[in-house]
Design a protein around this ligand. Sequence first.
Ligand code: ADP
Ligand code: MG
Length: 399
Amino acid sequence: LQKKGQGLLQQNQVDETELKDKVSIIIRIRPTLTNELQEQFIRQVDDSTLKIMRPGNSLHMKFNSILPSASNQDDVYNLTQESILSFLNGTNNTIFAYGQTGAGKTYTILGDHSENPSQLNNEKILSYLQGQERGILPRSLYQILSELSKRDQEDYRLYISFFEVYNEKIYDLFNGRDQKDGLEIRESKNGDVQIPDLITVEIQNIDQALDILMVGLRNRATGSTMANSKSSRSHSIFQILLQQKIKIKNETYEDEIVIESILRIVDLAGSEKFKIPHDISIEEKQTRIDELTCINGSLSTLGHCISALIDKNRTHIPFRNSKLTRVLSDSLSGNGKITFIVCISPSMSSSSETFSTLQFANRAKRAVLDGRNLRADKIAQNKRMIDYEEYAELSKAYA
Ligand code: ADP
Ligand code: MG
């Protein structure tokens, strides 16, 4: 008997009734960078209210939380605690970083990465994954592995995978090989979305996890399909899959079941409606137009899916309209919880992008968990599960 992503563990700290919001929106305002003017476009009124000052009229918007520029990586991570605990409790969770390029998404997810990972040695990458400034992804790995280490090794298995969606194609970041056409998505008869060839590695401790994450980060920065400048035009998705055995027992019944949950940490492509430069070749222009079309398409589909999830009368969720929403469909529907960390720039010069980012956030925040049973809780898993030693052998072959 297998139960997926439903949050069945009883003994956990999280009270499901407290998690009534399906979507939680955290706004993070990044500090002013040295080359930016100090002009104010947004002002924080209180913990959950932002005042947006537009020419001629200002308006207020409410969100679950707002993190001012002075907040640090600890503050952001604290706000994701519900997600991490609920994942450990057996519920699917997705944490998105949303916002225009340069607003702080990668900083929030990974940490201070101001240097290009392709030019760093492992020691340096490791130091940013372990340092004070490290982001949500390394922090989650540390916390999850530390929580699990208190349990019996026999009772759980933990796997990671890392891929990106670029121009509607899926590339495995744990695979150093050229993947021209990207990976295939397959849907089984019962609606399970799978990426059969995605490498998924079982990990037992934080050293293994960081080791493999580093391979993925290097591939992201240097991969032949993915020049570094393009990384802000792809969505990167880090998946942590937990299988745990739990015992169910009452007067008449006793059984052991395996439940699965997935935590997905997603660094979305920049949401800006960027302009196509004039001084580039026709081929480059076409590349930009293609990228733009794919990003706009997938982000707006993500928005439409969230709106459809809010609307009690809608039973059709347009997951199939983009690769991103297809591979995330199990996290978004059913009991899955969604956290958006919406990154915004404080700069006046970004005001129109910031305003459209906040409008996206404002629409998304109304999605409330209503217990409807949409086509839920399908794990986008795959058959290619290997252990750490096998992966080490495999990546030697890629090198
Ligand atoms: P994005 O991934 O959204 O394009 P980045 O995370 O790369 O944006 O951030 C752009 C720049 O701003 C980087 O140099 C990053 O180090 C810096 N930055 C972003 N957020 C913060 C923050 N909260 N504190 C300090 N520096 C930040
Ligand atoms: Mg980025």
